[in-house]
Design a protein. Structure first.
Length: 69
């Protein structure tokens, strides 16, 4: 699936995330995941970055790979 970088994604990326600091591109990725979750209910976040994993987990996403912080 490909999503356009639209006003809704930009607006969500500008707001705070549960685990800060989040870098700009990570905020855009998390915002896109948040807004696409209704289309893909079992969406998981794949990341090795601790900040992204922590924020995504607190946002209710499954995180892969498992077993990392």
């Amino acid at each position: 699936m490909i999503f356009d970088l639209d006003a809704d994604i930009i607006e969500r990326a500008r707001r705070p995330f549960p685990a800060e600091p989040i870098r700009t591109l990570d905020a855009i990725h998390l915002a896109t995941a948040t807004l696409s979750h209704s289309l893909v209910p079992d969406l998981a976040v794949l990341s090795l970055d601790d900040r992204v994993r922590r924020a995504a987990r607190q946002m209710g996403f499954e995180i892969v790979p498992e077993g990392l912080p």
